[in-house]
Write a protein that binds this ligand. Structure first.
Ligand SMILES: N[C@@H](CCC(=O)N[C@@H](CS)C(=O)NCC(=O)O)C(=O)O
Length: 253
């Protein structure tokens, strides 16, 4: 059985995680129909938990020390711990080749890696500050202290002006507009009718924007049903509801 290590869920719906990187892996496991359980980790416990299960660091801090990040998984069937969303998707393809769609077909792997680690995140970049402020205020006081120690530094009590939010929102529209132009009439990024890791990365970004603005907000309504012909709402819905044939599904727990 696979254990996925995630932050404590903060939002409603089938994908309540607040990390876009964990959301990709939740999509990946769900799309491949691989049963899994979730273990929640506080921001301050990431390194200790990773070291406990043998998950490697995913990058190096500016001071040269190793940095551990969520998501990571532990697979009791193989006794393997894997960190980093892309490496996890590759591990799932390699270890469970007949389960659900292949997320990283060989000839697409490098370009998918580039897209997932760069372009897929750009629609969220300008909204990262309001999102972090929102997440901060949903956490318990002790979790808030640890949350301020990860990611970029920010003032959780900063009041953003309407004009500032409008500008951030306009930047998100521009970033998504570039992806819209490149996708053209295609409904997916790689393969018709079946998700790949690139789709999971982009839809995780959309999901986090939905969390950031609120599923009922006028901003999300605009993005999901009006921007770029209303394609993004349908795209996210497809990725959220995709069920592989002949595979067991696993619920969030
Ligand atoms: N390349 C990693 C990035 C993961 C990442 O940045 N995770 C964040 C949470 S969204 C994290 O754990 N940050 C911990 C820290 O900054 O110390 C992946 O794709 O999994």
């Amino acid at each position: 059985m696979i254990t996925l290590y995630d932050f404590h869920p903060l939002f409603e719906g089938p994908y309540p995680t607040y990390s876009p990187f964990v959301a990709r892996v939740r999509f990946a496991l769900q799309h491949k129909g691989i049963p899994f359980i979730t273990q929640c980790v506080n921001c301050g416990e990431i390194q200790a938990k990773a070291e406990e299960i043998g998950a490697p660091p995913t990058r190096t801090r500016p001071d040269g020390t190793p940095q551990y990040t969520l998501p990571f998984i532990f697979d009791s069937a193989t006794n393997m711990a894997v960190a980093d969303s892309f490496c996890i998707a590759k591990y799932l393809d390699d270890t469970y080749p007949v389960s659900g769609p292949k997320l990283l077909p060989d000839e697409t792997e490098i370009l998918q890696h580039f897209f997932a680690s760069d372009t897929s995140i750009t629609p969220m970049t300008s909204l990262a500050l309001p999102y972090r402020i929102k997440v901060y205020h949903k956490l318990s006081p002790s979790m808030q202290v640890d949350y301020l120690k990860i990611g970029f530094p920010f003032d959780p009590n900063k009041k953003l002006e309407e004009q500032e939010i409008a500008e951030m929102w306009a930047q998100a529209e521009t970033a998504l507009g570039k992806i819209d132009v490149i996708m053209g009439k295609r409904e997916t990024l790689v393969r018709e009718k079946e998700p790949t890791f690139a789709d999971e990365a982009l839809s995780a970004t959309l999901l986090v924007i939905k969390h950031a603005m609120g599923a009922e907000s006028k901003e999300w309504e605009l993005l999901s049903s009006k921007w770029h012909g209303g394609r993004w709402g349908k795209y996210l819905e497809w990725l959220e509801s995709y069920e592989p044939k002949f595979c067991l599904m696993s619920k969030y727990n």
